[in-house]
Each structure stands twice: as C-alpha cells, then as structure tokens.
Design a binder for this molecule. Structure first.
Ligand SMILES: Cc1ncc(COP(=O)(O)O)c(C=O)c1O
Length: 382
C-alpha cells in the first residue's frame, strides 16, 4: 500500500535525534532550527522526557476518561503554575486543530451564538470549524464552508469595532494567534489584543487565544498573548506541549462552566500524554527555558538584522520569520542541501525559525555561519 501523498517531501529520511540535532538514515547530521514545525520545545529525545514517558508506560499507558486520573490533575496544577492562569480549568485533547475546534464549540455553547471572528492569514487547523476559521480557501472542503466565520484584517481596531457593532448579538467569540505562524510571522499588536478583550467584554463574546504555535514559552512568555496584559477566556495549546508526544488542550476561564458531555474525547488526557506534558513543564522550569527563549531570540533577531541579504525580520523569542532579497529566494533549500540546516517556511517567501527552546548559543551561531555562507554562495551565482 502506498502512502496518501499530501505532503511535498524533502528526500531525507530522519531516523535519529537528540537536542537540536537530527540524523538521517545514512548518518548525516542536521541542525534543526525548525523544531519539527515548532513542536520540539525542550529538545529531541530530552532524557527526563524519555524517562518520564518510559516510567509511565510501565505503570499504565491508557484508561478511558470514565475514571479519575491523578496525572491529569497534576498536569492541570502544573499548567496553572507555569502559565500564571491560576483559576483556569483544563480540557485535554490530542492536537492543535482539536483544541481550537473545542475552543470555538465551547464559545458557542457558552454564549448560545453561532458566529466567530477570525483574521486574514490566520491558520487554526484542518478539522471542520478550525479550517473554516483558517484564511486559506484551498484547504477548505465544500462541506466545511460556512457563513459563521467573519474574517477581518489583523490589527484593524476600527474593523473590529464595526463588526461587533453590526453583529454583536450573534458573535460567540474571536479567535486569534498571538503571532501568526503559518501566515508568515505577523504579530497581533498589544492594542489590538486589548481591544478584543474590551469588545468581548462589552458584547459577551469569548476571546480565544490560539497558542498552538506561539504558546508554551516560545516567545519568552508562556503565552504570546500575555504581552497585552489582558487574559483571554480560552487558550488553545498543542505543538510544544508534548515535545513531540501528541497532546493538546485548552485552558478555560472560570467564568465558563462545564456540563457533562459538553466536550469529550477517547484519547485526550491519556496518562502517556500527560507524562510527556509534565516532563516538558518540569524541564522548562528547571532549565529556565522561557527566559532563555527570550534572550536567545533577541540575540538571533539582532544578528539576522545585520546579515547581508536579509530584507525584513519579524517575531519574538524563538518564533522568528525573515525574508531574503529576491536573488536569494533559494536560501532555505541551500541551507538544507549544502549546510544541513532545517528551517521552516511561510509562503511566499518567509523563512521561519522555530527551534527548541533549549537550542544552544553555539548552535545559533552555527546557523548564522551557515546562513552567511549560503548568502555568499547564492550571491556568486546570481
Ligand atoms: C496557530 C495554529 N493553530 C492550530 C494548528 C493546528 O495544529 P495541529 O496540526 O496539531 O492540528 C497549527 C498548526 O500548524 C497552528 O500553527
């Protein structure tokens, strides 16, 4: 049987990983500045994470959500502590799309309304509501098309105000990435996030902070949205949460009340996923990785700004996007082929850096040396 070919693949088979390095089946080493798409938060195969999952595997891997699972409660407490969202509640699921799907569904249950405001260039996942709130018609199947999502320009407070004035009684919630990832590293401004909070309060709507990519400490704060100094009502999380073990979740404000059967999942919150997620938080706290993301990110952003051929640099902490001059548009491929460095991309022309929060300064310098050499090489052939 062949694989269903939905991914354009690099012809590289990765079979081993440690920290910010990965190796292919021929033993070639690569530097991973992509973090397996923002997923690797504390480093590939981090020893404490491996041990915690291993120990959990020997105790119990799975039981259904029909019994008390103390490890879920431990995770909820650890998340309250690391996020600073003290009295928030936790619902666990398995992926980013599922987290956003549940967040929007919950906003609708809570308000009894149907419409969600989302933003241009947003990406929220591929399940039915999440993809409908994603600004990319090419991945929205006819069955997922709906009039319930209202797309507005990012950071346009007037458009937001008008939309609430016109539809306020129908709006269940607003969903927004603190920094758009797939859309090309575009930040929601502090004023805009504060305006979302204000209009959601005024009109009784739910503010959903999609933190799937920009959350979990990557930007130097636990949630990128925290920069605005206001709380969202729901935070969706996945990617960095399990460091590669599939786990997602939503943090839910105390004002939103649970009802039996309102949300549910078979695998969400299974003990293995909780063990992986706890290990991530423990390592982040022990090694101070959130502060480290901020410092290393600032260093990297400054260095990128001084790199010849780099046109623009955007982002915060270790969530960075930069655009190269037109004649250097093959930089990403040259970095991979000739300098064995993985980076991410955002169409049409942004290179995304989403390394592990534990990436070392030496590895960041190694990346910068590779980038400078790639620029020199491409400039010769241009
Ligand atoms: C901001 C954001 N939300 C949601 C998702 C969907 O997450 P998943 O692929 O785990 O469903 C992604 C994935 O890239 C994302 O970047």
């Amino acid at each position: 049987m062949s694989l269903f070919k939905v991914y354009p693949l690099n012809p590289i088979a990765i079979t081993k990983a440690a920290g910010s390095r990965v190796w292919d089946d021929k033993g070639q080493e690569y530097l991973d500045m992509y973090g397996g798409h923002a997923v690797i938060s504390i480093g590939h195969t981090q020893p404490h994470w491996v041990k915690r999952i291993e120990d959990q595997l020997h105790a119990i891997a799975f039981y259904s959500n029909s019994v008390i699972m103390p490890i879920q409660e431990q995770l909820a407490t650890a998340l309250n502590e690391i996020s600073g969202k003290d009295d928030f509640q936790l619902f666990l699921c398995n992926s980013g799309a599922e987290a956003n799907e549940n967040a929007m569904k919950l906003a609708s249950f809570h308000t009894g309304r149907k419409k969600i405001i989302a933003f241009k260039k947003a990406f929220h996942g591929r399940t039915s509501l999440a993809v409908a709130a994603t600004d990319n018609p090419s991945i929205i199947a006819p069955i997922n098309e709906t009039d319930n999502i209202l797309f507005l320009p990012l950071n346009d407070i007037t458009a937001l105000e008008t939309c609430f004035a016109d539809n306020g009684n129908e709006i269940a919630g607003v969903i927004i990435e603190g920094i758009q990832g797939v859309g090309g590293i575009h930040e929601a401004s502090t004023r805009f996030l504060q305006a979302i909070r204000k209009f959601c309060n005024n009109y009784g709507a739910v503010y959903i902070a999609d933190s799937v990519q920009c959350g979990y400490g990557r930007t130097g704060q636990f949630f990128a949205h925290d920069i605005a100094g206001v709380d969202a009502d729901i935070y969706s999380m996945a990617k960095g949460m399990g460091n590669g073990f599939p786990v997602g979740g939503i943090l839910i404000a105390p004002s939103i009340q649970a009802k039996f059967g309102m949300l549910g999942t078979t695998f969400g919150g299974n003990p293995l996923a909780c063990a992986a997620a706890l290990a991530v938080i423990e390592v982040m706290q022990k090694d101070n990785l959130i502060a480290a993301a901020s410092e290393k990110g600032a260093y990297l952003i400054e260095a990128l700004k001084k790199t010849p051929g780099v046109k623009t640099v955007r982002g915060r902490g270790l969530m960075i996007g930069f655009e190269m001059e037109e004649h250097l548009k093959d930089t990403k491929q040259v970095l991979l082929n000739d300098f064995k460095i993985f980076t991410g991309e955002a169409k049409p022309n942004v290179i995304r850096l989403l390394p592990s929060l534990a990436v070392s300064m030496a590895e960041i310098d190694l990346f910068l040396v590779g980038l400078n050499k790639a620029v020199q090489q491409l400039s010769k052939t241009a």
